[in-house]
Design a protein around this ligand. Structure first.
Ligand code: GCB
Length: 611
């Protein structure tokens, strides 16, 4: 299905980059049909010529940028436009491939260049791109105009699924009133969330690279495959370079195995004094025929490590790994889910402060820039698809299954070379007790294993071991538990019974290792009470500790990890059980610690010393 690669755009001697971040012109299509933009072909001229526009930063969610609640809650098409001057030499000789790339836009996007449609893409959280050099050559306007229409509507066939409900009782709701229903617990932020850029390659170019790593004694083995696209025949030269810049292995074949002597393995943060070691794999493409001269150079960071799962352990480089870390969200004040470097770096600093060694990209793929930081700093990642809130009977139908498989294809294609990614999660809390769910989950998991036979695959469940139907198909049992929160709220005395029974039952049934992929309690920063009650900082702290006591009895037996819910407070839709969002963060949304953060910090550093 996916017949091209999706390498992260990098500059090289043969590739240029031009970022299109900054201010774009913006308009929401508020017509009753939500379709005026297409009817009037707003992409054909400058957006300002067809109506009023406002400034909109890219990347950012548009929801929290203005003072307008109807834009915050808008459902439908919004239009973005920006002009850019294309360097003359990109189009002059016809030898350059120009690609427009969107890091992600939520949810459905259509893209035009100078009024010509160049691509459309379904799904947020994953990149898409289009070759635009022929459009630029045929319409050489200065500047060049890029228009992107984005629709955030979620349907039973989208991932995540949702549905639109029309409220037709005119005594109760105004004319045309409808709502978006969703089955997930985070705000459905929308817009262009990640960088938009133009990059160039020669017409014959490195389209994709796949690496699979292993080691034997002190020799690293890098099995690789380079796929080339374009007309001309070309030779591939691969050079493997260490951090000091020394070439340690090389080859002249498009695929093969590189042998790296005295290998420096990629290790998780806190597991080794030199975590996150990355080599550089330089792939150089050179024209074979004398009459054509071109070269394409792409350099991929590569970490050499292995991942294995036994019935009781999760092994990285054949050593037992215990996940002590966090679940995150891409979420912050004002920018929503928009990529923001200060926020990313701050979050990494906080994770290091905490002594975390791992995270789950709950509940969708995170920015590539974030994943690269995980590689470099040695954070171990459970890479989750946007398959969150699959609860409706109909969403187990064939259409959504096919789409889910496509999304896994896009995710694996994007993230397959990250050493930090040690497991794929195809879904969070699907309603895996329905008979239809078994075939669905089995199929998505098998599909993901076919795409990447080297990593374990799982989904995250909250269902009982008795009723859950997906257990036989996962490599690691991943459980979310909220005893003493959603059930028996405030009664920590139930935790040792309910949590440990749950774990024992799952383990005895499947003989697979378990990760507690979520556990957590809400705390509004600054609320205090002794004796503790729910929503106070004291309760959140005690809640975590009561779970830790159970974990400590199971670590070394079958429990291989604990990921707190959540790293930071995050926004949700407005509902009576959320107080300006979900407050289960151990940091506030502004990244300040609550009392529980210190409890966790002490624990994680202790755990780090033990492993
Ligand atoms: C869960 C979900 C997560 C929610 C969390 C909660 O089980 O996976 O998305 O935010 O519980 O706080 O309810």
């Amino acid at each position: 299905l996916l017949d091209t690669g999706m390498l992260f755009p990098r500059e090289s001697s043969s590739r240029e980059l031009k970022e299109l971040n900054g201010l774009w012109a913006f308009r929401a299509d508020r017509s009753p049909s939500r379709n005026q933009g297409f009817q009037e072909a707003w992409y054909k001229s400058r957006l300002a010529e067809t109506g009023p526009v406002i400034d909109m930063p890219v990347p950012a969610s548009y929801n929290d940028i203005t003072q307008d609640p109807t834009l915050r809650d808008f459902i439908g098409w919004v239009w973005y436009e920006r002009e850019v001057v294309i360097p003359a030499h990109w189009i002059a000789d016809g030898g350059t491939r120009v690609v427009l790339r969107v890091g992600s836009a939520h949810y459905y996007s259509v893209v035009w260049v100078n009024g010509v449609k160049v691509t459309e893409h379904e799904g947020g959280h994953l990149p898409f791109e289009a070759e635009i050099d022929s459009v630029l050559q045929e319409n050489p306007t200065v500047p060049c105009r890029i228009t992107i229409a984005v629709n955030n509507t979620l349907t039973l066939q989208s991932l995540p699924p949702g549905s639109i409900q029309y409220m037709n009782d005119r005594t109760m709701y105004p004319d045309g009133y409808f709502v978006q229903t969703i089955n997930f617990d985070f705000f459905n932020y929308a817009g262009i969330h990640r960088p938009v850029l133009l990059y160039t390659t020669p017409k014959t170019y490195v389209d994709d690279i796949t690496v699979v790593t292993d080691f034997l004694d002190n020799t690293g083995l890098v099995r690789y495959n380079v796929s080339v696209r374009g007309a001309t025949t070309a030779s591939v030269k691969v050079t493997f370079i260490d951090k000091e810049g020394h070439s340690v292995a090389s080859s002249n074949e498009p695929s093969g195995v590189l042998k790296v002597t005295d290998v420096k393995l990629w290790w998780p943060y806190l597991m080794h004094e030199n975590p996150g070691y990355l080599y550089s794999m330089e792939v150089r493409l050179v024209a074979d025929a004398e009459e054509s001269s071109f070269e394409d150079v792409y350099t991929l960071p590569v970490g050499i490590r292995t991942v294995k799962v036994t019935s009781t352990q999760f092994l990285i480089n054949n050593e037992p790994f215990y996940f002590h870390g966090v679940n995150k969200h891409e979420d912050a004040d004002i920018r929503g889910k928009g990529l923001d470097w200060p926020l990313i770096v701050k979050d990494f600093n906080l994770m290091k402060w905490l002594g975390a060694n791992s995270l789950r990209t709950s509940h969708y793929p995170y920015a590539e820039e974030f994943m690269q930081m995980c590689d470099r700093h040695g954070f171990v990642v459970i890479d989750e698809s946007p398959g969150v809130g699959i609860v409706d009977f109909n969403s187990f139908g064939n259409v959504s299954l096919a789409h889910h498989q496509d999304v896994m294809g896009e995710l694996v294609r994007r993230d397959k070379n990250h050493p930090s990614v040690v497991m794929w999660s195809v879904a969070n809390e699907p309603f895996s007790v329905l008979p239809q769910s078994e075939y669905y989950l089995k199929t998505v998991i098998q599909h993901t294993k076919d795409l990447d036979p080297t990593r374990p695959v799982t989904y995250i469940t909250i269902m009982n071991y008795k009723d859950d139907l997906g257990g036989p198909y996962v490599d690691v049992i991943c459980l979310n538990s909220y005893y003493a929160w959603y059930f028996d709220p405030g009664h920590l005395e139930v935790v040792p019974f309910q949590l440990s029974n749950e774990h024992e039952n799952w383990y005895n049934k499947y003989k697979k290792p378990i990760i507690q992929t979520e556990y957590g309690a809400g705390a509004v920063a600054g609320l205090h009470s002794d004796p503790p009650v729910i929503f106070t900082e004291e309760f959140q702290k005690d809640f975590l500790q009561s779970y830790h006591e159970v974990f400590d009895k199971e670590r070394g037996r079958f429990l291989v990890g604990e990921l707190v819910w959540n790293f930071a407070d995050f926004m949700t839709k407005q509902t009576f059980y959320r107080v300006v969002g979900n407050k289960k963060g151990i940091f506030t949304r502004q990244r300040q610690p609550k009392a529980a953060a210190f409890t966790l910090k002490e624990r994680y550093w202790k755990l780090a010393k033990k492993t």
